[in-house]
Design a protein around this ligand. Structure first.
Ligand SMILES: [Zn+2]
Length: 100
């Protein structure tokens, strides 16, 4: 029996993609927390690169992705504050932030 449980770990950003510095818990700022979604802004304490990490849970699925961003945490907050957020909208914002 093959173990696929560790797949979940790949959802979580734990190292800076630029300098490979391991993030500490204080590097994470929770920008948005809703029932099924969380968005974190992460600033690497070593090279000061900013990243965004989003966690979206729907029923039994957990989606997560992280990416480097030019936006500061306040700018991210501003973007998210503009309107009440539905799952569709958060995916839209996500696509903007990540330039997908
Ligand atoms: Zn770094």
């Amino acid at each position: 029996m093959k173990n696929k449980e560790n797949k979940r770990e790949s959802f979580f950003v734990s190292n800076c993609v630029i300098c490979k510095n391991k993030f500490r818990s204080e590097d994470f700022i929770l920008v948005l927390k809703d029932n099924n979604k969380s968005i974190f802004h992460i600033t690497c304490s070593n090279c000061l690169t900013s990243s965004i990490f989003m966690l979206l849970s729907e029923e039994r699925n957990i989606l997560g992705a992280g990416s480097i961003t030019d936006l500061g945490r306040d700018e991210v907050k501003e973007k998210l504050k503009m309107k009440p957020i539905s799952t569709d909208e958060i995916i839209e914002i996500y696509q903007q932030l990540f330039r997908v």
